[in-house]
Design a binder for this molecule. Structure first.
Ligand SMILES: Cc1cc2nc3c(=O)[nH]c(=O)nc-3n(C[C@H](O)[C@H](O)[C@H](O)COP(=O)(O)OP(=O)(O)OC[C@H]3O[C@@H](n4cnc5c(N)ncnc54)[C@H](O)[C@@H]3O)c2cc1C
Length: 505
């Protein structure tokens, strides 16, 4: 089990009552507001919520509340604020960084009863949805009018739009269409003191600071989204899905770069290496090319005439870079099987290893061959197997670090390899997370990317929204700071001041 040591730096609330008394006060408010099933205090039932998709961190919350609408949710947050009780928002709990890990002395606010799609507006290509709405359901609602919701995490059949907004989630088709942040136009949002504010909106831009931009990707640390206005994208006239077999990841990586360099932006380019293919075959019999060291799943979409031209060019570039087999899906069933292999890859490694870590890092696409070679060397020298599945088009790696927890020291060795992979990402100009977020799991890696001053500055933003530090405390930042603290070290005069080149007014 991971170290889920919790940040206890919330204020005492000034009420003089202990944590269980304060929780009881919030539970009383919840009982007044919600039906019986919406307030969970029974220890056994609370344990159902003790983790998200990263199950090696587990904390039982003190209270779970399941509001049915935004007003109830805001009132519950107000009660938390009044009693200085920490709260954590939870959508579907599929997060892979421990972001929705509960607080032991806090309230878990679950949005699973807020699943109404309020509007699908074809005329201005928007949908307005509640936070618990499942990602794929937005597309299902928009398809009859010729549209879909483009960001498609592999978890799209279960993850919620609120979770997607909080994590700025990506997916296979984000290469061409952009991440969640490019598709959220507005949000209703409950601040940590329980006020409801509207950020962004139907107009393309609003003056002033981009607070919606700050909220997208803030991992529940700034408050809770209660409604999102999202952009819908026109269904393409033509879609072609191609499965391409290569002998090595080097060849597949070079083909990826060549396709983009040729000015083609496919809807998706996904890569899987030999170990990931082996796992997917064992799990879903996806019939990928025999003996492949790597496969690319390339999807082209758009106007039929454009897709036709791009397809010819992609075929040629893959051949030039050593493809030994190219297979175009000829019907929806074949297309679905190709994607099934890719989308089931995380769970599939369970077929070839009892335990595994899903790592998530991002690098500039051009660094792919170098980083993949370095990962293979790390794996060879440590004896820890690593399967690679990733969004090759945008350099978002998902190394799956395999181990057997029954073997003494194997978990620690896997953790070391997993951390070393993040170091490789940073060394190559990348980042410690491409799409899964920092959450609880990666907060310890933040200082590898940022200085203390950087982190303090980010926390000034958090403090502006949440001076009591009650909204998902202990996540994202390695060292929580209280909001009254002066950020950073006290530095002497700036070198430019000392040189007489600048003054501070
Ligand atoms: C098999 C599998 C495949 C995955 N593939 C992808 C992928 O391709 N791309 C990708 O990006 N991710 C992927 N993920 C990770 C995960 O599905 C996403 O991060 C997703 O957005 C989480 O949504 P959720 O509803 O489950 O959120 P949760 O796990 O419940 O919460 C995630 C975070 O969001 C916060 N949060 C939840 N709801 C709200 C709200 N209404 N307001 C404010 N904060 C909120 C929580 O506090 C937490 O910090 C995958 C996960 C799995 C298990």
């Amino acid at each position: 089990m991971g170290d889920a040591t919790q940040d206890t730096s919330t204020t005492s609330g000034g009420s003089g009552i202990d944590s269980s008394g304060r929780i009881a006060a919030v539970a009383e408010v919840a009982r007044r507001l919600l039906p019986e099933a919406g307030v969970i205090t029974d220890r056994a039932r609370l344990r159902t919520y003790e983790c998200d998709g990263l199950a090696h961190y587990r904390v039982t919350p003190a209270l779970v509340v399941i509001p049915q609408d935004a007003e109830q949710l805001a009132a519950l947050v107000r009660a938390c604020a009044e009693h200085a009780v920490p709260f954590v928002a939870r959508g579907s709990g599929t997060g892979l960084s421990g972001g929705a890990l509960p607080h032991a002395e806090g309230v878990l606010v679950v949005t699973s009863q807020m699943r109404t799609i309020r509007e699908v507006r074809r005329e201005d290509q928007r949908a307005v949805v509640e936070p618990g709405v499942i990602n794929l359901d937005v597309t299902k609602a928009a398809t009859p009018v010729g549209y879909y919701y483009a960001p498609d995490p592999s978890s799209q059949q279960i993850c919620s739009i609120g979770g997607n907004v909080a994590e700025n989630s990506g997916g296979a088709h984000c290469l061409k269409y952009g991440f969640t942040t490019n598709h959220v136009l507005g949000a209703d949002f409950v601040t940590p003191d329980g006020d409801t504010v509207t950020l962004g909106g139907a107009a393309p831009d609003s003056p002033g600071y981009d607070l919606l931009g700050a909220v997208v990707g803030s991992e529940g640390t700034l408050g809770i989204v209660t409604s999102a206005t999202v952009r819908l994208v026109r269904l393409p006239e033509e879609v072609r899905t191609i499965l391409v077999g290569f002998s090595s990841t080097d060849q597949a990586g070079a083909a990826t770069s060549a396709i983009i360099a040729a000015g083609i932006v496919p809807a998706a380019i996904e890569m899987m290496d030999a170990l990931a293919i082996e796992a997917a075959e064992a799990a879903v019999h996806c019939n990928y090319p025999d003996g492949a060291g790597a496969v690319l799943v390339i999807e082209l979409d758009g106007a039929a005439i454009e897709v036709e031209q791009e397809y010819a060019e992609v075929q040629r570039l893959c051949d030039d870079h050593g493809a030994f087999e190219q297979r175009l899906a000829t019907d929806p069933a074949e297309r679905a099987l190709i994607w099934k292999g890719r989308k089931s890859a995380f769970a599939a490694v369970g077929r070839i290893s009892p335990d595994y870590i899903v790592q998530d890092g991002v690098i500039p696409r051009t660094a792919l061959p170098e980083v993949l070679t370095a990962i293979a060397e790390l794996s060879g020298s440590s004896g820890v197997r690593v399967a690679n599945v990733f969004h090759a088009g945008d350099g978002n790696l998902h190394p799956l670090v395999l181990f057997d927890d029954e073997i003494e020291g194997a978990g620690e060795a896997a953790e070391r390899v997993s951390g070393a992979i993040l170091d490789l990402c940073i060394e190559h100009g990348g980042s410690i997370t491409g799409e899964h977020g920092v959450g609880m799991d990666k907060s310890k890696y933040m200082p590898r990317m940022y200085t203390d001053e950087d982190l303090d500055t980010m926390q000034l933003v958090r403090c502006a929204f949440d001076p009591q530090n009650i909204s998902n405390p202990g996540k994202v930042f390695p060292t929580p700071r209280l909001c009254g603290e002066v950020p950073g070290r006290h530095k002497g005069a700036h070198p430019l001041q000392e040189a007489g080149l600048a003054e501070v007014f």
